[in-house]
Design a protein. Structure first.
Length: 452
C-alpha cells in the first residue's frame, strides 16, 4: 500500500508565505483545490495537480510558505513537507511577489536553492499593470538566481511562456511528457469531526508523512487529493478539514475549509466517515450522516482509535456496530470497520470494501427479477397506507439508474404520499437482503399512475 509513483515530470512551487503560490497552482491546474486567502500560511500540506498544456501533461506540487522566523506551530513541519516535495521534483519554481518586492525571507530561500542539483526557475508573480517592468529592476539581481519571469496568476499573463519554458526544460532533462488521455480513478474522501484521525489514517495508507497531523483541531485546512495504488489498482484519496458545528467554526480559513469539505461530497464516489471510538456520537456526526445519505455517495464507517478501547469484550465489535447504527440510522447501509491508525490495525481492509462498494453502486437488476421480487414482497407484507383513504397499490418496480442505484415505484392513483414512508424502508431492506447493494444508498422515485 503506497502513494502511486508517477512517471510524469514534476515541478514544485516554493517560496515564502503569501506570494501567490496557491493562486498559481489553481490557475495552472484549472481548479480551485488550493485554498486562497490573505492570511500567511494558509497552505499547510503539499498538494499534487496535473497541468495540461498543448495536449500534454506534467505534475505540479503546491507547498506551504517557507518561514525561517518561526511564528506558527506548524512552520517546522510545513518546511519539512516543502523539502520532501523539492526532493521529488525535477524542476523548482521559486515564486516571488513582484508587487511587494524582494524581502529578506526571499533572499534566504534563494540562497538555499543556489547550487541545487535541480533547475530553478524564478517566477515574479502579481506582475500585472504597471508592476510588470519592476521584475527587471536591479534589486532582483540580489537573489543570485535568474531574473524573475513576470506572470500574473490572477489574470493569466505570462503563463504560456512559462509553460513553454517548463516543457523545454523537461525535454533537456530527458523527462517524458505524456500525451493527455482521460482516465477514471475512484475518488474516496475521508471526512469527520476535527481530530478523529483522518490524516493519520491517510498517512498510514501512503506510508509517508504526506499530511500534517497533530492533536490540534483543524490541522488540515483544506481537501487534498492523492493518487494511491493498492493491489495494482489506483484510487484518489481525499483528506478534508474536520467539520464542526457552524456555531463553533471561526470566520475565515476554518469556515472555508468546512465549505470545501461539503463540496467534496458532490465529486467523490465513496466517503469514509471517521469516528472516534473513545467518544460518543454527537449531533454534528448525525448531521454528517444525513449529508452523506443526501449526496448519494457510497459510505464506509471507520471507527478509529480502537486500540484505546479498554476492556474490550468478545462482543465489543458487535456492540459498537449496534451503537453506531442506532445513532446513525441514515447510513445503516454502510459497513463498519474498527481500526487504529496509530497501531496500524485493519487499515488495509478498507480497500477491499472500496472495491465491493464500487461494484455494488453499479449493480443492475433486470425487470423480470424485480417483478418476481415485488410480487413476493407484497405477498409477504402488503403496502402500508400513508395519506388518503384508498389502500395503496404498487404496479411496478423498475431500476432507472446506477451510482447510486435508483428505482422507480409506480403507484396507483394521483398522489404518491398514499404509500407510507415506512414501506419504502421495508422495500429497501428487502432489496438489500435479496440483491446486495452493500455500502451504497438506494433511491426510490414514486410515480403516480391510474393504470399500469
Amino acid at each position: 500500500m503506497k502513494a502511486s509513483p508517477t512517471t510524469l515530470p514534476t515541478a514544485v512551487l516554493v517560496g515564502r508565505a503569501n506570494v501567490g503560490k496557491s493562486t498559481l497552482f489553481n490557475r495552472l491546474t484549472e481548479t480551485s483545490r488550493a485554498m486562497i486567502s490573505d492570511v500567511p500560511g494558509t497552505t499547510r500540506d503539499r498538494k499534487d495537480g496535473l497541468v495540461l498544456w498543448r495536449g500534454q501533461l506534467f505534475r505540479i506540487v503546491d507547498t506551504g510558505g517557507i518561514e525561517y522566523d518561526k511564528t506558527e506551530t506548524f512552520d517546522d513541519v510545513v518546511q519539512h513537507q516543502t523539502e520532501l516535495a523539492m526532493k521529488e521534483a525535477d524542476i523548482i519554481l521559486m515564486v516571488l511577489d513582484s508587487k511587494e518586492g524582494l524581502l529578506q525571507q526571499d533572499l534566504k530561500i534563494a540562497r538555499s536553492l543556489i547550487g541545487s542539483d535541480k533547475p530553478v526557475i524564478v517566477v515574479g508573480n502579481k506582475a500585472d499593470g504597471r508592476t510588470k517592468e519592476t521584475v527587471t529592476e536591479p534589486e532582483w539581481y540580489r537573489t543570485g538566481l535568474e531574473i524573475p519571469r513576470p506572470v500574473s496568476a490572477v489574470r493569466g499573463n505570462g503563463l504560456g511562456d512559462l509553460l513553454d519554458t517548463l516543457f523545454e526544460m523537461f525535454q533537456k532533462l530527458g523527462k517524458h511528457v505524456e500525451d493527455y488521455k482521460e482516465e477514471f480513478f475512484p475518488k474516496i474522501a475521508f471526512i469527520g469531526e476535527p481530530n478523529v484521525g483522518k490524516s493519520s489514517i491517510i498517512n498510514e495508507i501512503l506510508g509517508e508523512e504526506r499530511f500534517i497531523t497533530s492533536p490540534i483541531a483543524h490541522t488540515t485546512r483544506e481537501p487534498n487529493d492523492t493518487l494511491v495504488e493498492f493491489d495494482n489498482k489506483q484510487y484518489i484519496i481525499v483528506d478534508t478539514a474536520g467539520v464542526r458545528r457552524k456555531a463553533r467554526v471561526s470566520q475565515g480559513l476554518e469556515r472555508a475549509g468546512v465549505k470545501q469539505t461539503l463540496e467534496v461530497l458532490k465529486r467523490v464516489d465513496i466517503v469514509v466517515l471517521v469516528l472516534d471510538a473513545t467518544k460518543p456520537i454527537d449531533q454534528q456526526e448525525k448531521k454528517l450522516a444525513g449529508l452523506i445519505r443526501q449526496a448519494g455517495v457510497g459510505c464506509v464507517i471507520a471507527v478509529n482509535k480502537w486500540d484505546l478501547m479498554e476492556g474490550k469484550e468478545t462482543q465489543a465489535v458487535a456492540n459498537m456496530k449496534r451503537y453506531v447504527y442506532g445513532h446513525l440510522p441514515f447510513i445503516r447501509f454502510a459497513p463498519i470497520l474498527t481500526i487504529s491508525a496509530k497501531e496500524r490495525q485493519r487499515i488495509h481492509k478498507l480497500f477491499p470494501l472500496f472495491d465491493t462498494i464500487l461494484k455494488e453502486r453499479e449493480r443492475t437488476i433486470d425487470d423480470n427479477a424485480l417483478d418476481k421480487f415485488l410480487n413476493q414482497t407484497i405477498s409477504r407484507h402488503k403496502p402500508a397506507r400513508g395519506k388518503g383513504v384508498a389502500h395503496p397499490k404498487i404496479f411496478r418496480l423498475k431500476q432507472v439508474g446506477i451510482n447510486p442505484p435508483r428505482f422507480e415505484l409506480v403507484i396507483k392513483g394521483m398522489r404518491t404520499d398514499v404509500l407510507h414512508a415506512s414501506y419504502s424502508r421495508f422495500l429497501e431492506n428487502r432489496l438489500r437482503e435479496t440483491f446486495g447493494f452493500t455500502g451504497t444508498p438506494i433511491i426510490f422515485y414514486a410515480i403516480p399512475s391510474k393504470k399500469v
